[in-house]
Design a protein around this ligand. Sequence first.
Ligand code: ZN
Ligand code: ZN
Length: 228
Amino acid sequence: MTSPHHLHAVAAAWSLADALPHLATLADDEAAQIAAEAREEPALLRSPVYGSRHASGGHSDPVTGMIATATRPERRNRWAEMSSRAEQRITGVAAMLRITGVRDPLACILAALPNTLPGTAAVVARHLQDEDRWIREAIGIAPDRAPLHGPIPPMCPACRARNLHVQTAGPQSAWTVVCDGSREPDGGPHRPCLCTGTGCRCGMPGAVEGVAHIWPRAVVLGAVGGAR
Ligand SMILES: [Zn+2]
Ligand SMILES: [Zn+2]
C-alpha cells in the first residue's frame, strides 16, 4: 500500500540513513580526540609548573592537584551520545512494527513500510523526520534535496507555485518530489502546500487532507514530460 504517509516515511528513513554515517564519523573523531587528551594528561602532570610550585614551598600542594586532575572524568562525547540516542529511537520505531533483535533496524523499517497501514506509516514518518532533523541541525548538514529544474521549472499541480524539490537521499528509485509552497511576491507569509484530500488538484491516489504534498519522482517526471 502506498500513501503520502508511506512516501514521507520512506523519504525520512533514507534521509536518516544518509545522515547517520556523518554522525558516526564525528563520534569516532571525538572519541579519538578524547583518548588523545587522556594520554596527554600525565605529561601535563609532570610539567615544570608543578616542579616550580613544589620548589617554592608555598601553599600550593602539587600532590593534591595531581590527584584531582588524574581523577577528572573523561570529557563527554556528545556525538556518541546523540548516535546512541538515535539508535534507541530507531529501535523503538522498529519495535512499533514488531521488528526486534535485528542488526540494522532502519533497513528493516524500510523493508516493512510497504506493508504498513497509512496511520502507522504516518507515525513512523513523524518519528524518523524528527530524528533526521535533529541530527542534521546538530551536525550542520542540509537535507539532501535539489530544486526540480527544467527549461521552465515545473509547476506544482496543487498550488501552481514553481517551487518543487527532489529529495535525493537513498537510491534514485526512492526519490520523491515535494512542494515548498508559495510566498507572496512582496515577501508575505509563506503558504505551505498541503493536501486538501479527495478531489485535491495534486491528483495523488490516496490523497490525505493536511499532509504536505509528496509524489514519487518518477510520477512527477512523467507528468512534466522529462524535466529533470
Ligand atoms: Zn504546491
Ligand atoms: Zn493534494
